[in-house]
Design a protein around this ligand. Structure first.
Ligand code: CU
Length: 233
């Protein structure tokens, strides 16, 4: 009995280590370039850690059972009758319930934080989707209009989206935030860039024949570069 438990635990640990390697050694998510995406990735990893734990437990028990209690091929006898086990049933209901509630709470906290303006007023950028192009307007800077999205690093930006024709969806994979641009209404998201560089604005809602080409360049620059860009032209 004692030996069996040790073997079962060892099996679970081996599976958990293998799964952890698979989770860590491959690049599953775009690299984060925003405060908001950092938070979202934390939720991913939290849920992944729980999934690895549960999967390791279940698969260890299944493999262990098949390995230890298999009968010869010609054994046609019925197995022993099995009765319920109230304690075990309470545990296997309560533990997943607690885990799912924990994931729900963590997600709700991140969702709320990602949707709230910080203490300093954010940079306002209006995003207009149109088959098959993006337009960015900076109302704080004389309605400067650009086909390229330029953002200062470490400054929270509030995007207000709309569309002039069909539904589009504003998405910069490295920023993590995604929101539909819908004709007639205004939708918002916040992004706080954390890394200088070039990124891509992608339309993430099938919007017609040119949908796949509905891309724009996004550039995160220093505050000084941003000011000279936004005041130029
Ligand atoms: Cu589109």
């Amino acid at each position: 009995m004692r030996r069996g438990i040790v073997q079962l635990v060892a099996l679970g640990v081996v599976i958990a280590v293998l799964l952890t390697l698979v989770a860590l050694l491959f690049k599953w998510l775009p690299s984060s370039a925003s405060v908001e995406f950092n938070r979202i990735q934390d939720v991913y990893w939290f849920a992944t850690a729980i999934a690895i734990g549960i999967f390791s437990l279940v698969s260890a028990v299944v493999i262990f059972s098949v390995w230890k209690w298999r009968v010869p091929l010609d054994d046609d006898a019925d197995g022993p009758p099995i009765h319920g086990h109230t304690g075990l049933e309470i545990v296997w209901t309560a533990v997943p319930a607690v885990l799912v509630i924990a994931i729900g709470i963590v997600s709700a906290v991140v969702l709320a934080k990602n949707g709230e303006a910080g203490s300093t007023p954010p940079l306002q950028v209006n995003v207009i989707g149109q088959q098959f192009t993006w337009k960015f307007v900076y109302p704080g800077y004389g309605n400067k209009t650009s086909g390229e999205l330029v953002l200062p690093i470490h400054r929270q930006t509030k995007f207000t989206m709309t569309s002039v024709d069909v539904i589009h969806s504003f998405w910069v994979p490295n920023f993590g935030q995604k929101m539909d641009a819908v004709p007639g209404i205004k939708t918002t998201i916040y992004v706080t860039p954390t890394r200088l560089g070039n990124y891509q604005v992608v339309c993430a809602e099938l919007c017609g024949l040119g949908h796949a080409t509905m891309r724009a360049k996004a550039r995160v620059v220093t505050q000084g570069q941003f000011v000279s860009w936004v005041k130029g032209k």
